[in-house]
Design a protein. Structure first.
Length: 336
């Protein structure tokens, strides 16, 4: 931890005021079912986004859309997925990338600021809002602090299924060069999406690693979890930490095969990251032979302010490397 960036410590200290999982484990039957299930074995139900009228914002065409989440079991407020489409509006795009949100990130403003240069270059961006965040926040939930562990697992499953559904819609609409990206939790879920999509897919996993377990049980994010309270009347923090680790280890990326084209994967890690251990990104790189691992001299939080060019370059380069199927193009996605 000696190399951890000061901003990471400050952010973790502020975040602990809003506790994660303040209402405990949540739906115990669901957590038991998840432990024995084989997720992502079947294609998600097809989605049909309903798009609003495009608006011109800072030189980009912006269109907001909604669709019914293909994941059953979400809170009623989270069942409608919200997505923002950014385009330069200048004809056929060079490619399209679904960009997933980070933990506690609500709305689209941060990702718009970070990745707008890619849209100006001709890469269409589709920014999904996570279940249980922003417009999808359940009644009674305070900000981005999810109330239960089962809510968090549902959110993660929803992120992957909705990203898969949107990618399927883009592919069926004629977009051939496709990618998925994200930062922190968004980067991890982007990597998981790439691992379960059978077609070649570019992936930029930014500030993410192979397993979420050390992030939630050891790193600075664990400061936001009151483990003794999570354990209930016994108040055994150690046992709660172990159980949370067992649940989240079910999504360890080394349990899944590498993506169809690992050579189109760019992993970016922060040298002074207090949230995601560097060895976890190295483990993912080793599990995905042919992927590229890049480092930036920044912390987990500070990189969002100082490394925009590197983040955009990771997405741009990953998309440039993905194989594009041969054959005549299908019907094109309507212009934004």
């Amino acid at each position: 931890m000696s190399r951890t960036h000061l901003v990471d410590f400050l952010f973790a200290g502020l975040s602990r005021r809003s506790r994660l999982f303040s209402q405990g484990w949540g739906n115990e039957q669901f957590l038991e079912d998840v432990a024995v299930a084989a997720p992502f074995q079947h294609a998600p139900a097809p989605i049909t986004p309903a798009w609003g009228e495009p608006q011109l914002q800072r030189g980009l065409q912006v269109r907001d859309g909604t669709f019914l989440s293909p994941l059953a079991g979400l809170d009623a407020a989270a069942q409608t997925a919200h997505v923002r489409w950014l385009s330069n509006g200048k004809g056929r795009p060079r490619g399209a990338c679904v960009v997933l949100a980070s933990s506690r990130e609500e709305g689209f403003a941060l990702r718009e600021r970070l990745y707008a240069p890619l849209a100006r270059e001709g890469i269409d961006l589709f920014l999904l809002e996570n279940p249980y965040y922003g417009l999808r926040r359940p009644l009674g939930q305070k900000g981005g602090a999810l109330r239960t562990v089962s809510d968090h697992v549902l959110m993660n499953l929803g992120m992957v299924e909705e990203a898969r559904g949107l990618l399927d819609w883009l592919r069926a609409s004629g977009t051939s060069r496709l990618g998925v990206a994200g930062y922190s939790m968004g980067g991890y879920m982007a990597a998981l999406t790439a691992a379960v999509v059978p077609e070649p897919l570019a992936v930029a996993a930014l500030a993410a690693g192979a397993s979420p377990v050390p992030v939630f049980t050891q790193g600075l994010l664990s400061w936001s979890i009151a483990f003794a309270l999570l354990d209930g009347p016994r108040g055994d923090a150690a046992q709660a930490r172990l159980r949370l680790g067992r649940i989240f280890d079910l999504a360890n990326l080394t349990r899944f095969p590498p993506p169809a084209q690992p050579g189109a994967a760019v992993l970016l890690a922060c040298l002074r990251d207090g949230f995601v251990p560097g060895e976890e990104t190295r483990a993912l790189h080793a599990h995905w032979p042919g992927s590229e691992l890049r480092w930036v001299d920044a912390g987990h939080v500070s990189a969002l302010f100082t490394e925009r060019a590197a983040l955009c370059a990771a997405i741009r380069d990953a998309l440039a490397r993905v194989d594009v199927p041969e054959g005549p193009p299908k019907q094109q996605v309507p212009s934004a």
